[in-house]
Design a protein around this ligand. Structure first.
Ligand code: ATP
Ligand code: MG
Length: 434
């Protein structure tokens, strides 16, 4: 039996091997024909000199429809004409699954199909190495995130994604039928990760789905994304959370630059690792920056897409890709954020990456009475949050944390045009399938 090889493991000295893959292309050049076989790691050239190849085999392999899955056995030979430096002279082949004609989407077409066509035929779109490379990198990103937080003593947890109440209540919740009563899909693990701070599991993280019923059709919003959340106890200020984030991002960028080299090359990208500490702007400074540049935002307003972009451009000129925006007005932040007493501000921050928010975080309000009054101030009914508030009534340490959108981080890191490029099967207001 011939040994099984793929485009990553094969060498010119392997002798007789079997390779499997998709028939990417057939080139007939008169006396000689080539079949380009693609697998996860690259392509292998099957070379068929007409006179020296069994006529039946020649007939099958030169007429195989594009994207058919085949298994080819043959002799490996060194070749200076191919990128791998070798080719296979086939002695037998098996068609494992023939592709229908025409294809819904070309895999090696030079012209790029529309995003919608690509997403409708995602299985085919993902056969393109540059599309798949993003997901190899996403997998690496989740690995390196875990590596970084574990080394800082964080424990991985999973919190429920179906619940009776949402983190911030209201409009962004998807309602689902839970037997005979209504329930909601989690928009964030916020309430649960805070509850855990009262248990002694004082550094936790979660990488999991978050659902937002947002009617935003933008290149950075989807209705289901992967959120990387962390929460840590015994902090004295939000700056301690910010430096943990910095350490994590720094590790992630460095580790991906090294381990993701091959995929970055396929994408023609490089990762720049900003020096630490990342600059910290205050919300008030940012407000001034954007208003000096044509916007007219008022104290308490969200900086918005345009505002974030203006700040991104200014920070780029200052040589900063990643920067914090701290000290948001308390009215712009959720109830669980701690107020900065005697000021309209709060112990909160966002982390922005090249003009786009990728994370929000801060120090939380751990004092029961203050938390309840903040809830009321935000128009929420504390009775709806009994299960959460209970955890604050019997000893809750000071704590803080963050949520980072994994896809936003990846998209900014790779400078991709749309968050949908970083999600296998994206969900947005108009897309629920595939
Ligand atoms: P934005 O203002 O950009 O809509 P947000 O402030 O509403 O974001 P948060 O509630 O702070 O978002 O969520 C934490 C992080 O989760 C964000 O910084 C972002 O990285 C990510 N995120 C939030 N909403 C979405 C979404 N709809 N699609 C993708 N990622 C999201
Ligand atoms: Mg935010």
């Amino acid at each position: 039996m011939a040994q099984i090889r793929d485009s990553r493991s094969i060498t010119a000295e392997d002798g007789t091997v079997t390779v499997r893959g998709w028939a990417q292309d057939v080139r007939n050049m008169g006396g000689i024909s080539f079949l380009i076989l693609r697998d996860r790691f690259g392509t292998i050239q099957i070379t068929m000199p007409k006179k020296k190849t069994d006529p039946e085999l020649f007939g099958v392999l030169t007429k195989v429809p594009r994207e058919t899955v085949v298994s080819v056995t043959g002799e490996v030979k060194a070749s200076s004409q191919t990128s791998l430096g070798l080719e296979i002279i086939p002695s037998s082949a098996e068609i494992l699954s023939e592709a229908q004609v025409p294809l819904p989407l070309g895999v090696i077409d030079k012209v790029n199909a529309e995003m919608d066509t690509r997403l409708n035929n995602r299985f085919m779109d993902l056969r393109k190495p540059e599309v798949r490379a993003v997901f190899e990198l996403k997998s690496l990103m989740e690995d390196s995130v875990s590596e970084a937080v574990r080394s800082l003593g964080f424990v991985q947890v999973h919190t429920p994604k179906i619940s009776a109440a949402g983190a911030e209540g209201g409009a962004e919740l998807f309602k689902v039928q839970y037997f005979d009563r209504p329930a909601y899909l989690a928009q964030s693990p916020q309430l649960y990760k805070q509850i855990l701070m009262s248990t002694g599991l004082d550094r936790i993280y979660e990488i999991g789905p978050a659902f937002r019923a947002e009617h935003s059709n933008t290149n950075r919003h989807v209705t289901e994304f992967i959120s990387f959340d962390g929460e840590m106890s015994w902090i004295e200020n939000e700056e301690q959370v910010m430096s943990v984030i910095e350490e994590i991002i720094d590790h992630v960028l460095a580790s991906m630059k090294e381990k993701g080299k091959k995929y970055l090359e396929i994408l023609g990208k490089d990762i720049e690792i900003p020096s630490r500490p990342y600059p910290v702007l205050t919300y008030s400074e940012c407000l001034k920056m954007v208003n000096d540049n044509g916007l007219s935002l008022r104290e308490g307003d969200d900086l918005g897409t345009e505002g974030e972009k203006i700040i991104g451009d200014i920070m780029k000129e200052r040589g900063a890709d990643l920067y914090f925006i701290a000290e948001y007005p308390e009215e712009a932040k959720p109830f669980y954020i701690m107020e900065k007493d005697g000021t309209p501000y709060s112990f909160s921050f966002d982390l922005d990456y090249r003009g786009q928010e990728i994370s929000s975080g801060g120090q939380r309000e751990h004092r029961y009475d203050r938390l309840v009054s903040r809830m009321k101030k935000k128009g929420l009914d504390p009775d709806d949050f009994g299960f959460y508030l209970d955890a604050f009534r019997y000893g809750m340490p000071p704590h803080g944390g963050w949520g980072i959108g994994i896809e936003r981080l990846l998209v900014k890191m790779l400078d991709l045009p749309n968050i949908r490029e970083a999600i296998l099967f994206p969900r947005d207001p108009s897309r629920l399938s595939p």
